[in-house]
Design a protein around this ligand. Sequence first.
Ligand SMILES: Nc1ncnc2c1ncn2[C@@H]1O[C@H](COP(=O)(O)OP(=O)(O)OP(=O)(O)O)[C@@H](O)[C@H]1O
Length: 639
Amino acid sequence: MGRMPPTPSAPTGGSLRRGARIIATGFRRQPRWLAIAVIGSALYGVMTVYTARVIGHLTATVVTPAVNARRVTDDQLWTIAWELSIVVALNVIGVILRRVAAGLAFFNLNATYRREVTRQYLRLPLAWHHRHPSGQLLSNANADVEAAWNIFQPLPMALGVLVMLVVGLWEMFTTDLWLALVGVLVFPLLFAVNLVFQSRMAPRATRAQELRAVVSEVAHESIEAGMLVKAMGREERETERFAARTNELRAAAIEVGRVRGTFDPIVEAIPTIGTLAVLAVGTAQVAAGRITAAQVVQIAYLFSVLAFPVRSFGWVLGQLPQSLVGFDRLQRVLTARGEFGYGNRSLPTAGPAHAVAERVTFSYALTGQDSLGYAEAETPSEHFLAVDDVSLDLTPGSTTALVGPTGAGKSTLTDLMVRLVDPDAGEVSIDGTALPQVRRGGIPQSVALVPQQTFLFDDTVEGNVTLGEPHGAEQVRDALAVAQATGFVDALPEGAQTRVGERGASLSGGQRQRIALARAVIRRPRLLVLDDATSAIDPAVETAILTGLRERSAGTTVLVVAYRMSTIALADSVIFLDRGRIADRGTHAELMQRCEGYRTLVTAYAREAAEREAIAADEEPGDQGAVGDSLAGEEEPAR
Ligand SMILES: Nc1ncnc2c1ncn2[C@@H]1O[C@H](COP(=O)(O)OP(=O)(O)OP(=O)(O)O)[C@@H](O)[C@H]1O
């Protein structure tokens, strides 16, 4: 769902200071292109004023004599043509330099920060990711980067205009004091009106921009949930939800148009009134013989061309609030602490792993949102204790089943065992090496986790199994065979070379899980952790997989989060986890005998499964149905 961060407000003293910091950062990161852009813009500014001077000069030396003589010579026409061509050409060169260099600086800054932000995502631990929804991460890497640096689109022009104003006012003062006074009145007025315009415009434009993002998010969500929406008959509700956001966007866009509609004529009118004032004052001065008509033409021209560029100050100020918000959000990611430390030790490369957890504890940070609508990432005040003082000793080559009610902390414990997160207290080690001492990339070489939720890339079956590592077709086939996937993969149009679609859309939940299993198996892990990784697979197939794993992988220690009696039966020992603590451990038979919570849970699963089977058998008498001692339904969607 779209979250609406508070709308940034108009610039204040503090925000101007912070804006200056963004500008300084941009100049530090892209000094060459921004310097060229500013030089180009200054050239444009000087040449615009110079154009006025040339026009004044031509009026005095060519136009006035021609009018007086009532004829114009070729020479006079050529003088006009070439003098004007030179100033216009220089003006155009200035514009090209500014646009190209400012564009390059802007896109370079975007690319640099996108890279930095995504690199930081990969560096930050899973605990940080737990606190930051993926929509927020996408927005950091896209919209926030652009918003932060957008200020560099109008900035070089505004700096050039500054040069233009100084030179222009100088021209006016050196021409005639009275005309200069008109300038001194008109330019600050224009500037002030622009400020008011932008302060009204900025929050409205930002809101419209955010609503555009929200509308596309809602559309994206509705499309993603298309099947659910249809199945649950929620089409109207979804249409209403979308219409509500679209109406908000329409209202916001109308607001923007209204403010623009009010201010545009005023902003346009001020320089025109200035030009009229120049003509009025100028005519009086000419009549008094203080200045010439050419000088009046020069200043009047200056007024008529200055109105548009002066607006670029307004654009800079208008962009400032969004840049501040974008930049702050980027800084939060880039300065986030909690980077995973790595040691320099390597784990053994052969033989089953000896994995030990010693009194590990882990809490999730429960975070609110800060004033920017962001998770209060660095200083969470509340915690939820998910794993509480748990010790495990997985002997090499053993298979251990982790059983517990929903929310007991099973997934969290598996995350700890493969170092997706570090414990708050206690230690996890493999073969005597504490996991934080293992070098970067060392753990995935020894350990594989097949998580609860399967993710497949929009790639071929083979690509999803190898993940781009150099495994031969034989190895892929072998891994698919262990995962009991050969049958359905061979039946695909191009076998293992068939593309599976976005997130494996063309496959069933159970098929996706089998490919994810093959992905782990092909790596020949020394510790294999299966977090409910076979929930959508037919129990008979699951048993075949786990038996195959045991037979083939004398070199693997297995930790499996299990629901089904058939899975549990294959384990050497069982750990019963309840509310984050180990309630009991032993063999299945021992726990059935002495642990009431375990017995209740396991028999409840078994009863539910048996009931489902009975219903299925009643409804479909022709179906083969029987699934033995399953604790969960067959080919149900992946959890
Ligand atoms: N990212 C998170 N932020 C806050 N709390 C979380 C987070 N992930 C899990 N929890 C909480 O931690 C507890 C343990 O969750 P965990 O996923 O480890 O349980 P589980 O035993 O695997 O459950 P299930 O069998 O339903 O998958 C749950 O109460 C859950 O609400």
